[in-house]
Write a protein that binds this ligand. Structure first.
Ligand SMILES: Cc1cc2nc3c(=O)[nH]c(=O)nc-3n(C[C@H](O)[C@H](O)[C@H](O)COP(=O)(O)O)c2cc1C
Length: 149
């Protein structure tokens, strides 16, 4: 089975992209097969030929996806996407001062779970001071992936 880790990010101001790059750098250092893609270049059909993904998405507006991720997210929420072959992890970036903290990531997680996807770990929700929490998560997550490859 292809265990390539496909890292997909949805961002407005670059934080999610930075974290996606950080995860990709760690994968590279561990020689772990991976790709990194902006959500705008990831049509939902691509999931059909994908086995393992990490979604790193921020939340905007009042619990909305980043602009570039609207089509992707609405498609996934609405379509009852069948993803029972997919293993996935979701990382949300947000700000606890907003009512719908990490709402976009939460809804993605719910949609993938409803479609039969298998979570690789619990959803990570990051507040504005996210650096050390994310780095700690990367190490735990990668150790788990390396142990099962
Ligand atoms: C106008 C505005 C609206 C936001 N709305 C939310 C929100 O509803 N929920 C949330 O958790 N965070 C919200 N945030 C916080 C962002 O998600 C957070 O700053 C995040 O780190 C941005 O990541 P990005 O640069 O990848 O887009 C909002 C921020 C701004 C400036």
């Amino acid at each position: 089975m292809d265990n390539t880790l496909h890292i997909i990010f949805g961002t407005m101001t670059g934080n999610a992209e930075d974290l996606a790059n950080r995860l990709a750098d760690r994968c590279k250092a561990e020689d772990y097969p991976h790709t990194i893609t902006s959500v705008e270049d990831w049509p939902l059909e691509k999931f059909a030929s994908t086995h393992r993904v990490v979604l790193i998405f921020s939340t905007w507006g009042d619990g909305e996806p980043p602009d570039d991720a609207i089509d992707f997210c609405e498609g996934l929420y609405d379509q009852n996407a069948k993803v029972d072959h997919l293993e996935y992890a979701v990382v949300g970036l947000g700000d606890t001062s907003y009512d719908d903290f990490c709402g976009c990531a939460r809804r993605l997680d719910e949609a993938l779970k409803a479609g039969g996807g298998t979570p690789l770990c619990e959803r990570l929700e990051l507040d504005i001071d996210f650096d050390s929490d994310f780095d700690a998560w990367v190490e735990t997550f990668l150790a788990q992936q390396l142990a099962t490859r």
